[in-house]
Design a protein around this ligand. Sequence first.
Ligand code: NAD
Length: 283
Amino acid sequence: MSGNRIAVLGAGVMGVGIATLATAHGLPVVLVDVDEAKLRTAPDRVATQLRMARLMGSAAKGSAAAIEVTTSIDDLADATAVIEAVTERPEVKAKVLADVSAVIAPGTPMVTNTSAIPVDELASTVARPGDLAGAHFMNPPYLIRTVEVIRGPRTGAAALSAILGLLAAMDREAVVVADCPGFVINRVLQRMINEAARIVQEGVASPRDVDALFRGCLGHRTGPLATADLIGLDNVADSLRVLRDRTGDAGYEPCELLLDKVAAGDHGRKTGRGFFDHGGVQS
Ligand SMILES: NC(=O)c1ccc[n+]([C@@H]2O[C@H](COP(=O)([O-])OP(=O)(O)OC[C@H]3O[C@@H](n4cnc5c(N)ncnc54)[C@H](O)[C@@H]3O)[C@@H](O)[C@H]2O)c1
């Protein structure tokens, strides 16, 4: 796909994973973050993940497309698509999406990788609400082929079709759903993680035993607490707050054990420890 330049906003867990996926499929990426340290390490993290993706047969061998990094939104003026993967805070996403939509050409498709914020809420902040949809990539994006695509009430047909085309170019399979807090996956998953953490908090079972039951009895490939560690416990707490605030459902109130772990810096795999010990920081 020549002539493409995919802007990926956020060089964290998901932004780097999405950049890996895009470059592995020949789509050049410009990666944006406010954190220069994150940007400095991003090309190496993409290279490591590319090696992993190839080892696991989910990316072709051969040369990947180029990756550039920048802290300046102005560098995105000629982007052909925008994928937003910044911190799960509504005000942060609203600002960055508004700023980007002011510099890109009208009709450039934009997607948010939000875990739980309704797409239409974010659409209100961009210059052209019809250009925005949700594309909820799972972690790691280069390994998990299915993407939950959210068509907001104002998402235009042209934007949706361009986004489905982009996902197909990256060999992803889209499942399109309507808009609501948490969509399908996180409306269920975040609550399940919170409840699993509460079970540990109450001393009913250890993290190991909770996950062993989900794997052994229900056939889940990963238990809820290992999944939480993979997502990042800070992100889980942010997503739960988004869900609590938008549904009024107390079941989404992040439990104390989860909040204690976030406050202690035990954010899961990315910091080396969460509900489980991961033996050092992982990219
Ligand atoms: N981690 C997961 O498993 C997962 C899965 C699906 C969706 N998501 C969603 O993807 C998004 C990113 O999550 P993550 O896990 O990568 O978080 P992360 O904390 O690893 O990374 C977020 C990045 O956004 C950057 N950022 C913050 N404000 C910014 C701004 N104004 N401009 C540019 N960059 C900015 C931060 O510096 C950080 O590098 C969130 O919306 C999250 O809910 C995460």
